[in-house]
Design a protein around this ligand. Structure first.
Ligand code: B12
Ligand code: SF4
Length: 492
């Protein structure tokens, strides 16, 4: 039996570092919510730990604003566009909190653990980390047991040797992960998460949930599979309904954002959820994949979803060129299925938000033109759209392709924008289509959608954004118009 060696309560601070564009995100930090709620339920020493969360992405407070940094453990959650700030944070902590152990997790830590160690992080948690965080806290930090025995981590020995411990298995039954306890977040944070906003012509108070982990598809530009390995696990409908009930009762939400990579995989589960959602006044959104919506059985489901309040579905079409879409998303993608999905969803009365990407290596001017034509053809059926610059995130197939062709370097990674548009650097990562063509087409198409919106909607949206993060919004709008003047040709 291991002896409990710690007498003082332990203090843990979890930080969500500011992203590269510094634009505020008001989305609840799911990872922190789950890590802490899991520890609350299963941790042996829960009563001996005090947790604080600092979410810099809310643009309210930065690490430098905290006077006393007497934490035993400081944890960083990292996507790639947060890595640059993580480097600054780690450097700052080495001076201001030299006794704290710095740990890190999240998709970027999983993809590039050695790089994360190199900025001064002591322990990197790889992939899913509820169990790892629990074990680290209980057996390493409290009981001082060996770090080597904890699965799913990477650390540096004093000798400089880098150790990867045994791989951690996924939690089999997601329902074993408790509901997020929102009391881990401060009052000010919750005020931001559940504030009223204006979007798509309505005022919403939004709650956000994730009902599954993983995606069975394999898009070449996507990092999701590096963490979830194409294995899909789902929370039961019962579990999700309890999540939603809580958000409705406690935070009076009238909109639900379902953040799953692909929500439309399991039709029976959606039917069950719709049955409940029909008893609420909630409007909701979800991410969908064309192939799932094109199944004959989905026709009736679309009707159910609409009746149950589904307001908008998000589709990653990425390209209107059959060759490029197949290259990016696999052979099961086709123009025919895209059109079918758009027609079906449009007919059901659910709105469509579309994502497109320009600047994939191998894309030609003709492919860009094909995407433009596809969008123009469906302009009245697609409600809104984003046009991203294809960005090769490390660990993806696209990264390997771009690396091989000398189109991206490790240095570029720190500049990756969290808006998917390298609007400051204007950089594209492909040499098969000129940068000007990409930008011109993006601004041209963006403008088509922008013109569709009523003036009141545009003004209110911008106003709300400016209140949330004034300086970055101003910078963003300024850059947007600057580029627009440069690239937008009336003659198009
Ligand atoms: C929800 C979501 C968002 C939300 C974030 C909500 C939030 N605050 O959590 C919003 C909308 C803000 C968002 C924005 C963006 N996102 Co996003 N997002 C997701 C999504 C769909 C789910 C993430 C999630 O919450 N999962 C559930 C939790 C439980 O999992 P998790 O975050 O991975 O956390 C687990 C472990 O990683 C680990 N962990 C995480 N942090 C920490 C910290 C510590 C200390 C420890 C110990 C462990 C740990 O433990 C957790 C529990 O197991 C993922 C796709 C995916 N399936 O992962 C993309 C994803 C993370 N996003 C991605 C991208 C690219 C973006 C954007 C750049 C989008 C864009 N193009 O503009 C921005 C950047 C945001 C930023 N901060 O810089 C990429 C990241 C790629 C990369 N290499 O970084 C992903 C993987 C999507 C993809 N398909 O490629 N996103
Ligand atoms: S469908 Fe979405 S989550 Fe799945 S691999 Fe493609 S981009 Fe990633």
């Amino acid at each position: 039996m291991v002896k409990f060696v710690r007498e003082k309560p332990m203090k843990i601070l979890l930080i969500n570092p500011l992203n590269n564009t510094k634009i505020a995100y008001y989305d609840v930090h799911f990872a922190f919510g789950y890590l802490l709620s899991y520890y609350e339920k299963y941790g042996k020493y829960y009563k001996n730990v005090r947790f604080d969360i600092l979410d810099e992405c809310l643009n309210m407070k930065r690490l430098e604003d905290i006077d006393t940094l007497d934490y035993d453990i400081i944890g960083l959650s990292l996507t790639t566009p947060q890595f640059k700030r993580a480097r600054e944070i780690a450097k700052y902590l080495k001076i201001k909190a030299p006794k704290s152990t710095i740990i890190a997790g999240g998709v970027h830590s999983t993809l590039r653990p050695k790089e994360v160690l190199d900025i001064g992080v002591d322990i990197v948690c790889i992939e899913e980390a509820e169990e790892t965080f629990l074990e680290l806290t209980d057996t390493y930090f409290f009981e001082r047991n060996d770090l080597d025995k904890i699965k799913g981590i990477c650390f540096k020995r004093k000798s400089g040797e880098i150790v990867f411990t045994e791989k951690r298995e996924f939690i089999k039954d997601l329902d074993q992960i408790p509901h997020i306890n929102y009391n881990f977040f401060t009052k000010e944070m919750k005020k931001k998460y559940f504030r009223k906003t204006y979007d798509m012509g309505h005022f919403w108070r939004t709650g956000r949930i994730i009902t599954s982990r993983g995606c069975p598809y394999n898009c070449i530009f996507c990092s999701a599979n590096s963490i979830w390995h194409r294995k899909v696990r789902m929370y039961s409908a019962r579990h999700i309904i309890d999540d939603i009930k809580f958000l409705v009762e406690e935070y009076k939400i009238n909109f639900l954002g379902i953040f799953d990579d692909v929500f439309t995989l399991d039709e029976n589960r959606i039917y069950e959820l719709c049955k409940y959602l029909k008893t609420t006044n909630l409007s909701w959104s979800c991410n969908a994949r064309v192939e799932t919506v094109c199944r004959p059985s989905f026709r009736n489901l679309l009707k159910e979803m609409k009746e149950a309040g589904c307001f908008i579905m998000h589709f990653g079409f990425e390209s209107g060129s059959e060759r490029i879409m197949k290259f990016m998303k696999g052979e099961s993608s086709s123009l025919e299925s895209y059109q079918k999905a758009i027609d079906l969803v449009y007919k059901s009365g659910i709105k469509i938000h579309a994502f497109f990407m320009f600047g994939t290596q191998g894309e030609t001017v003709e492919d860009v033109e094909a995407t433009k034509k596809f969008v123009e053809k469906n302009l009245y059926k697609i409600y809104s759209a984003d046009f991203f610059i294809t960005t090769p995130f490390p660990g993806t197939v696209l990264w390997d392709i771009c690396k091989k062709n000398n189109l991206v370097s490790d240095k570029d990674v720190e500049k990756f924008s969290d808006l998917g548009v390298q609007y400051v650097t204007e950089k594209t990562y492909c040499d098969t289509v000129p940068k000007e063509v990409i930008h011109e087409t993006r601004y041209y198409l963006k403008n088509k959608f922008y013109s569709k919106k009523p003036l009141k909607e545009k003004v209110l949206w911008l106003l709300m954004r400016a209140i949330d993060s004034p300086a970055p919004t101003f910078r963003f709008v300024f850059n947007y118009y600057l580029r627009k003047i440069k690239y937008f040709r009336i003659s198009k």
